[in-house]
Structure formats: structure tokens, C-alpha cells
Design a protein around this ligand. Structure first.
Ligand SMILES: Nc1ncnc2c1ncn2[C@@H]1O[C@H](COP(=O)(O)OP(=O)(O)O)[C@@H](O)[C@H]1O
Ligand SMILES: CC(=O)N[C@@H](CCC(=O)OP(=O)(O)O)C(=O)O
Length: 286
């Protein structure tokens, strides 16, 4: 397995435009779904850098779609309201009171923070929850999880309408049930389903670690589905990394060309990944 030094910055790596040009051309008209996890959302400056990168990406011809999380922000609000919360396999058991808070925090505060940051950088971000335009229709994930949904249908046509209008969709991971219920969806799961429905060129999962690490702690730069299954069986992939690698496998099986798990807090993480030879984080493809 290959490992690489992550301490590079995009400007230094892609020193000249001619160096970056082949990568820019590779992604013309590409669809790149970016999942911004709650732990990857840093200070206002970090959010501005992320937003600038997304706008730049779009200016060179990429169609970006942002799907966000916000788990830590939901936790804070639940604590303030003295509502207890519990996770099963990385998913929040969601009753009605919890659902109200999840929707308020994700659809209100977190979504609009990202929308505003992108628009401040000159982009045209449109904030949606999975309920808007029937973006995400859900089935219940499992009886033990309450109002947690698994996406069953994505409104791809509406996303293409937004691309045609140069708008950048920013999607909160909520969905509507067939009977009008509101469902809470794990952010990774929502991003994977949207990426698969769009047959995206890349799904970038931005988190708080520089990639998938092997047993000795080195980032593995390229992983096959077989290696992921082995590392999970060995307990090397654990905790919050499990929903990410599971999402990666499902997205690839669903037609996404490649998935990358990378550190969203690293400067210019998304640009480094798309527009340099070595990329960033852990690349997973069939
Ligand atoms: N093999 C592994 N490589 C990297 N991180 C791992 C691994 N196994 C478990 N993890 C854990 O997974 C975490 C990322 O998941 P999580 O905190 O849920 O991310 P997010 O909040 O961005 O969705 C890492 O911070 C790390 O603690
Ligand atoms: C069902 C479920 O677990 N939903 C998540 C949605 C937010 C999320 O996924 O946030 P991060 O990406 O920041 O972890 C939750 O309630 O926390």
C-alpha cells in the first residue's frame, strides 16, 4: 500500500497554470459531490477558504454539489435543550423531539452558514434540505433508529436544472417519507446516494483526519473495495470511519467513478485533490 506526505499546499504543488491545466481539463463538466462533515467545518476563515475553493472549482467548469453534516452542532443544541441522544452504528437514534432539533440546526443554521460563505465568494449557492423539490425521498432505515431514513429516490433533474443555471446546490441531509414524515439521514449516506444518482465523477468525503490509515498509522493513498473489507474485518477501520468506507463502497457500486476521504481542515483540500497529480487523502475506486 502506498502512503504519501500530506504536508503540501496547492499553490506550491501546482506551481504553474500549465502544470494544473491537464487536471483542469480532466474535470471540465465533471460532477463533484462534496460532503462537508461537522468536524471538518472549522473557523469562519476555514469556511471562507472552503467556499473560495468551491467557487473556483465551478469557475473552471466543475459542477459542485455540497452535502453537509453538522453532528457536533446538533449535539450542542440537544445539550442546551437537555435532550439525550444515542448513536447506533454511527447513526443517531431519532425521536420526534430530536428530529425537530436536527431539522432546525441542519436546515437553518448550518445550511445557511455554508450558503452565505459561498455567496460571499461570488458563487450562487442555493440551500436546500432533502425535503425541498423532493430532493431526497426516504424509507425508514431500521425500526431501532426511529426517524432515520435511507434515501430511496433523488431528484436528479432538479440538480441538473441548478447546474444549468450555474447554481451550487447545498443540501442538508433530511428527507421526506412517502407518508409525509421527516427523516434524519446520516450525512455520508445522503452524499453517497446523491453522488450515485448523479453518477458523479468524484465523491469527496471531507472529515477531520487526513485519510484512511493503516495499522501503523500511515494514510493509504489508494484503496480497493477488497482492502477496505479486510481492514474493517481486522478492526483497523473503526468508529466514524465505518459509515464513510461503507458509503464509498455503495457509491462505487452505484456508478460513482471514485471516492476520496480527506481532511477538510487542510488548506485547499478539495483543490489539491482534484487538480494535482498526487491528490490528497485516500482514493477508493473499483
Ligand atoms: N482506519 C482509520 N483511519 C482513519 N480514521 C479512522 C480509522 N478508523 C477509525 N477512524 C476514526 O474515524 C474518524 C472520522 O469519523 P467521524 O469523526 O465520524 O467524521 P465526521 O464527523 O467528519 O463525519 C476519525 O477522526 C478517526 O478517529
Ligand atoms: C442519522 C444521523 O446520524 N444523522 C446525522 C446527521 C448529521 C451528520 O451526519 O453530521 P456529521 O456528518 O457532521 O457527522 C446526525 O443526526 O448527527
Amino acid at each position: 500500500m502506498k502512503t504519501r506526505d500530506m504536508n503540501r499546499d496547492w499553490i506550491a504543488t501546482a506551481r504553474t497554470l500549465s502544470e494544473a491545466l491537464p487536471y483542469l481539463q480532466r474535470y471540465t463538466d465533471a460532477i463533484v459531490v462534496i460532503k462537508l462533515g461537522g468536524h471538518a467545518m472549522g473557523s469562519d476563515e476555514a469556511m471562507d477558504t472552503f467556499a473560495r475553493d468551491v467557487v473556483l472549482m465551478q469557475q473552471v467548469g466543475v459542477n459542485p454539489v455540497i452535502v453537509h453534516g453538522g453532528g457536533p452542532m446538533i449535539n450542542q443544541m440537544l445539550e442546551k435543550l437537555d435532550i439525550k441522544s444515542e448513536f447506533v452504528n454511527g447513526k443517531r437514534v431519532t425521536d420526534e423531539a430530536t428530529m425537530e432539533v436536527v431539522e432546525m440546526v441542519l436546515s437553518g443554521r448550518v445550511n445557511k452558514r455554508i450558503v452565505q460563505a459561498i455567496n460571499r465568494q461570488g458563487g450562487k449557492a442555493v440551500g436546500l434540505s432533502g425535503k425541498d423539490a423532493n430532493m431526497i425521498t426516504c424509507d425508514p432505515a431500521s425500526p431501532d433508529l426511529g426517524l432515520v431514513g435511507d434515501p430511496s429516490e433523488i431528484n436528479v433533474d432538479f440538480l441538473h436544472t441548478l447546474f444549468n443555471d450555474d447554481a451550487i446546490p447545498v443540501i442538508a441531509p433530511l428527507g421526506a417519507g412517502r407518508g409525509g414524515e421527516t427523516y434524519n439521514i446520516n450525512g455520508d449516506t445522503a452524499a453517497g446516494a446523491i453522488a450515485a444518482a448523479l453518477k458523479a465523477d468524484r465523491l469527496l468525503l471531507l472529515t477531520d483526519i487526513d485519510g484512511v490509515r493503516d495499522a501503523s498509522g500511515h494514510v493509504v493513498t489508494e484503496l480497493t473495495p477488497g482492502q477496505i473489507r479486510q481492514m474493517t474485518a481486522d478492526g483497523v477501520i473503526a468508529g466514524g470511519m465505518i459509515p464513510k468506507t461503507e458509503t464509498a463502497l455503495a457509491a462505487i457500486a452505484g456508478g460513482v467513478r471514485a471516492v476520496v476521504i480527506l481532511d477538510g481542515r487542510a488548506p485547499n483540500a478539495t483543490l489539491l485533490e482534484l487538480f494535482t497529480e498526487h491528490g490528497a487523502g485516500s482514493l477508493i475506486r473499483a
